[in-house]
Design a protein around this ligand. Structure first.
Ligand code: SF4
Length: 727
């Protein structure tokens, strides 16, 4: 007799499209996965990564790569040994209490993840900012979306994508910039393909240094030089002004600051922009005309804009263009930042970054701090800004931060300039890693390993790129001794409260939670009256009506698809703000010693550091090994043939890789995918001893970051490429 089959609705745990999935189990293990036909993000479709999710949860594999019980060492020269939860949490609480007493609350830090659920994020944020009193909590979303956050806030007044997926169906022009949507957000790209079939008039413009799969299908491809996006957008605005494609009535009624920007973009003549961006003037003119003259232009953008030392300026310049041409606040139009991770949006909503507080509040705003303190029953929350990702690891390296707790992320692969990151992890007095998998490079540095539940075992909510919140339930119980991320934080908080006392005004615990629903209810109450008000979104409503977009205040009958349709913006004046930005070159321009522009990106079938997709053999059929992609002319001039091993070297590190012909590359540029780390290059499996050697593309990348968003320039570094001499 076949075992009974169970089906549970969830979302895919990879990208920010947030596709709905149905997980099939036999009650013991995941037996299959299929797209949820009722989920409005994907209507049943899944890409190659989503449709193989069940293969990452096979029992044998789970035994090999899952962290299933706490491990601890008190002597760094010894291996970690299995420990009970009670002993582990007690030891952690003792170390935290002692370190805080001796060095203050800013001597500890948390580095969390856009893979966490909203409730996990909420509790970690409260643990750091509420109980411990430090704002040293940042997230791998800093590497992903923080420039988009800063761009929206500076121009539109709130961190809220004003658009929705349905806008793809209404757009007349889709402007894709800094995004290989076909690979990074495949199901959204399927929707673009459908829109093109349904509307033969639809024009697609792609701006990207590489001729990606997305660019190949464009009506107009602008192969801009790396980092020149601001020049492109200002140049397009210059042309729109000359050709009277701006909307002066809209500008006068709903915006401020245009006069100053107009002065700036006067200098961005087609000849100048063509030279800076390395594109023909005629293509630039065509792009501006299509953008400005269309009834509805939708921009889709991602890491190509965000992962830059001028990432906020790039976001702002594009939003300026939308505001000036009134391509916002109407169906099919608007600047739509595509979220990289599955719940980077949820993390932003709960204030899970060093400079944010709950419900899109700002740490720098005294009133916002007072509101959060009142919500949490605290006398105050700290005003001292926390360290952002690059700063945080630098502070660990310098010994200012003594304890670092890393949850659900792998900075020993994903952070730029790996040499410094690994030095930081060796310098820290205590490294705690909360993980579902033992195979990540970061686990090798852990003094304490906290085993966490994984996709298919978790319960809570996530928010996708279009502000849509999905609630899901666990398909399987936690394996081994794993605990949910929120539960680990709460159990630790109780252990720490027992040592340092509850700091609430009432004297009761800050963490009175026995379920994710209690955390969710506290979070949604904190959003009341804010731009993202979700006070009306109870678990019962999400269960009954399915995924919903925010805002969804109490008493609302539905969420809002599209924002700013009335021309009012959540700024002090109610008007959107033009921000005057000028083009700046990349942080590390190429020169004679480092003559190649290295750019990084994603492959179609892999996700981040491959801790999950790397376990599925069929996902290697698209690209089986790491390589450096190089223009064929550049290879010929260096007497290189495909498969030759080369040293790729920046000022920070080097890597030996096979070279492959990249006909999508301009001369002078090379590309390396972000996915491969040392565990794939030096033999897979759990590692006990950290290796000094730095592998993966982030051995070479540049930690220079945007001064507004603090997002590092992972997309560009100057490198040299030399044929490797074989012994
Ligand atoms: Fe998962 Fe993204 Fe693929 Fe959807 S598009 S199935 S969310 S990886």
């Amino acid at each position: 007799m076949n075992p009974p089959r169970h089906e549970t609705k969830a979302t895919c745990c990879y990208c920010g499209v947030g596709c709905g999935v149905i997980i099939e189990t036999d009650g013991q293990q995941v037996t299959g996965v299929r797209g949820d036909p009722d989920h409005p993000a994907n209507f049943g479709r899944l890409c190659s990564k989503g449709s193989t999710l069940h293969l990452t949860a096979q029992p044998l594999l789970q035994q090999q790569v899952r962290a299933l019980q706490p491990e601890m060492r008190t002597d760094r020269n010894q291996p970690r040994r299995n420990a009970s939860w009670d002993a582990t949490l007690a030891y952690m609480a003792e170390r935290f209490a002692d370190t805080i007493a001796r060095h203050g609350p800013d001597s500890v830090a948390f580095y969390v993840s856009g893979q966490m659920l909203t409730e996990d994020y909420y509790v970690f944020n409260k643990l750091a900012k509420g109980l411990i009193g430090t704002n040293n909590i940042d997230t791998n979303s800093r590497l992903c979306m923080s420039s988009a956050v800063a761009g929206y806030k500076r121009t539109l007044g709130a961190d809220a994508p004003p658009t929705c997926y349905e806008d793809i169906d209404h757009a007349q022009v889709i402007f894709i910039v800094g995004s290989n949507t076909a690979f990074a957000h495949p199901i959204l790209y399927r929707r673009i393909e459908d829109a093109r079939k349904n509307n033969p008039e639809l024009k697609i413009i792609v701006a990207d240094p590489r001729r990606t799969d997305t660019a190949r299908e464009a009506d107009l491809f602008l192969a801009i030089l790396p980092g020149t996006d601001v020049a492109l957008f200002n140049g397009m605005l210059h042309i729109c002004l000359w050709e009277e494609l701006t909307d002066s009535a809209y500008i006068a009624a709903h915006t401020e600051g245009f006069a100053e920007l107009k002065q700036t973009v006067r200098d961005y003549t087609p000849a100048y922009v063509s030279a800076v961006c390395g594109i023909p003037q005629a293509d630039l003119m065509q792009a501006a005309r299509w953008f400005g003259a269309s009834k509805a232009t939708l921009s889709l953008y991602c890491q190509g804009l965000n992962q830059s030392a001028s990432g906020t300026d790039k976001n702002v310049a594009l939003i300026n263009l939308h505001l000036a041409t009134h391509q916002i606040g109407k169906p099919g139009a608007g600047p739509f930042s595509l979220t990289g991770q599955p719940n980077a949006m949820g993390g932003r909503e709960v204030g899970g970054m060093a400079n944010l507080l709950s419900a899109h509040r700002d740490l720098g705003n005294p009133q916002h701090r007072a509101e959060v303190a009142a919500l949490w029953d605290l006398p105050s929350v700290p005003s001292q800004p926390g360290k952002t990702a690059v700063e945080l690891f630098e502070a660990v390296r310098q010994g200012q931060i003594k304890i670092i707790w890393i949850a659900c992320t792998n900075p020993a692969q994903s952070m730029p300039d790996q040499k410094l990151i690994r030095e930081a992890l060796r310098t820290a007095e205590l490294v705690i890693v909360q993980e579902a998998y033992t195979s990540t490079a970061t686990v090798a540095y852990a003094d304490i390993l906290l085993p966490a539940t994984a996709w298919s075992e978790k319960e809570g909510t996530v928010t996708n790129s279009e502000r849509r919140i999905t609630r899901f339930k666990p398909a399987l119980p936690p394996p081994g001794q794993t605990r949910h991320d929120w539960r680990i934080a709460v159990d630790f908080a109780h252990a720490l409260e027992a040592r340092i006392g509850c700091n609430t005004l009432s004297g009761s615990t800050l963490f009175p939670y026995d379920s994710v629903e209690q955390i969710w209810n506290e979070h949604r109450a904190s959003t009341r009256g804010r731009d993202l008000d979700i006070s009306g979104l109870s678990f019962a409503l999400l269960e009954q009506r399915g995924p919903q977009q925010w805002p969804f205040p109490e008493g609302a009958s539905s969420g809002r698809k599209r924002l700013y349709q009335d021309g009012r913006f959540p700024t002090a004046s109610g008007r959107a703000k033009f921000v005057n930005v000028a083009y700046q070159a990349v942080a590390e321009p190429i020169d004679v010693r480092y003559p190649f522009a290295l750019t990084t990106g994603r492959l179609r079938d892999q996700w981040h550091g491959m801790s999950r997709t790397g376990t599925v053999a069929q996902l290697f059929s698209h690209a089986g090994e790491p390589a450096v992609m190089m223009n064929p002319g550049d290879m010929q001039r260096r007497f290189l043939t495909a498969g030759d091993l080369v040293h790729v070297t920046s000022r920070r590190g080097t890597q030996i890789l096979p070279v492959q012909t990249g006909d999508d590359m301009r001369s002078g540029q090379v590309f390396i995918a972000m996915h491969w780390g040392e565990e794939y290059l030096s033999g897979r499996g759990p590692r006990q001893n950290p290796d000094d050697a730095c592998y993966g593309v982030n051995a070479m990348t540049n930690p220079a970051f945007c001064p507004s968003s603090f997002q590092p320039e992972l997309k560009h570094a100057a490198v040299k490429v030399l044929k490797a001499e074989l012994p």
